[in-house]
Design a protein around this ligand. Structure first.
Ligand code: ADP
Ligand code: MG
Length: 463
């Protein structure tokens, strides 16, 4: 089966080849003809990584009228990253067509710039729900000529709490606008959306309904021993020096802390979580995409919409709250027919949860044996000097807090803290040296760059 077979025109075929995409995926085989040859609304359910974006962007590009400068398609997405990605696919696929302009608009960046951009001819708007409503209220765009409204990753939008915004947008659209809904699951509220807003003439497509989880993913678990979780993780990463992956934490604090604990370790790491501003997020993602960073430590929310090619593994440093979350997390590996592994860190009680996931998702887990290189030897303490003191508003407690917060240490590992006016020093086990230097290098406080040095005794030994 080729893209021509399912009705995709020559210009688009050309662009697909240019992007090294040759065979349509199952969801594309079913959704593209349904969009091109009928006028029905559409519900398409397929797991993540199956190519849903192209399943709507190709037929939309093919049916849009580039000569009209009106907005003809609106794509709602849960996150700004996904919005940028979807707009990018529209851009890539329209390479050999007459000019079709897609604009992504999302929160977290100045709205005025987006209002300016929307003044230019725009055919497709890709938007997060909240920002779209803002823009509509400011009359920055008109949906009067809309032909298509696409709800992409509808389940994610609902689980992120966008239900009322989606209601508002759907209500403000003319009834004749064609609605296409794409989702990985059709649970409760997504089903409600379908019943409430899609026409009775709806085509429903489901791919691999029972095989919720991508079958190319190898699901594994590691039972970590009390107190050895970080060592186990490091040992696992050491076995995969050239591979890239995402590690999931449940909270922002855990993500930030773990990335600090791994700083200076052989894998380059960075954390991505909701507290980062847009610029910092993009910097991290760029580093990851161009392989300066091998491991992304992320929270579930921050990881939504991240599409990086060729991910080798996903690590659940803590199991997610529910099975849908497991599917979403694991979907980050084994994209587009490639294989990948999804490793869960659990303790003995976690076996129950693994069994539960096996039953609910119809998958098999295997235990992953790894040789844990333990770090339980006794390390001598070293003394680290720092060029900051009471003049920079440090005292003993603040210095400890600072080291816990910024260098990822445990308070109990920091001893003999002495803070003077312009400098301070403290003792820590030697094994933290690299971690501390890696985290604090380049740090600024009260306009002063942090400088760290080891005591003379240590320095000599280092030589
Ligand atoms: P989903 O929305 O279902 O999670 P995406 O649309 O994000 O999946 O696609 C996942 C990846 O697969 C993207 O990198 C995309 O470029 C790629 N892809 C899409 N369609 C194909 C195809 N027919 N062949 C190969 N790769 C594809
Ligand atoms: Mg998608």
């Amino acid at each position: 089966m080729t893209f021509s077979d399912i009705g995709v025109n020559q210009e688009l075929n050309h662009a697909l080849k240019f992007n090294k995409i040759s065979k349509p995926t199952d969801i594309q085989i079913q959704a593209i003809p349904a969009i091109l040859t009928t006028t029905n609304d559409l519900v398409a359910v397929a797991q993540s990584g199956t190519g849903k974006t192209a399943a709507f962007s190709l037929p939309i590009l093919q049916t849009i009228d580039p000569k009209s400068n009106q907005i003809q398609a609106l794509v709602l997405v849960p996150t700004r990253e996904l919005g940028q990605q979807v707009a990018r696919e529209f851009f890539l696929f329209s390479k050999f067509m007459s000019r079709v302009f897609a604009e992504a608009v999302y929160g977290g960046t100045p709205i005025d710039d987006q209002i300016e951009k929307l003044k230019r001819p725009t055919h497709v708007v890709v938007a997060t729900p909240g920002r779209l409503i803002d823009l509509l209220n400011r009359k920055a765009l008109s949906l009067d000529h809309l032909k298509y409204l696409i709800l992409d990753e509808a389940d994610e939008m609902i689980s992120m709490g966008f239900k009322s915004e989606i209601d508002e947008i759907l209500k403000s659209c003319k009834p004749e606008v064609r609605k296409l809904l794409f989702t990985a699951t059709l649970a409760g509220d997504v089903r409600k959306l379908v019943n409430e807003y899609l026409s009775d003439q709806v085509t429903e497509i489901r791919i691999n309904e029972k095989e919720l989880v991508n079958q190319n993913i190898e699901n594994q678990y590691i039972i970590n021993q009390q107190g050895l979780k970080l060592d186990t993780l490091k040992s696992l990463l050491l076995q995969r020096p050239d591979q890239r992956g995402i590690l999931f934490c449940r909270t922002k604090i855990a993500a930030k802390r773990l990335s600090k604990q791994l700083a200076g370790f052989t894998v380059a790491t960075d954390a991505i979580h909701g507290n980062l501003n847009q610029e910092a997020r993009e910097k991290v993602l760029r580093g990851f995409k161009n392989r300066r960073i091998n491991l992304l430590v992320a929270t579930d929310i921050a990881a939504r919409g991240i599409d990086v090619q060729d991910l080798d593994y996903v690590i659940h440093y803590r199991l997610p709250e529910n099975k849908e979350q497991y599917t979403h997390r694991s979907g980050r590996t084994a994209r587009a027919g490639k294989s990948g592994m999804s490793v869960s860190f659990i303790n003995q009680e976690g076996l129950k949860e693994i069994k539960n996931l096996e039953d609910k998702l119809n998958i098999q887990f295997t235990p992953l044996e790894i040789n844990v290189i333990t770090d339980n030897q006794i390390y001598p303490d070293i003394t680290i000097y720092m060029n900051m003191g009471t003049s920079q508003e440090f005292d003993n407690d603040r210095l400890k807090e600072f080291l816990v917060e910024e260098a990822g240490l445990d308070a109990s590992d920091i001893k003999n803290v002495v803070v003077e006016e312009q400098r301070s020093h403290f003792d820590v086990p030697e094994k933290y040296q690299v971690q501390i230097f890696a985290n604090l290098n380049g740090f600024k406080r009260s306009h002063r760059n942090i400088r760290l040095s080891l005591s003379n005794r240590n320095a000599k030994r280092d030589l």
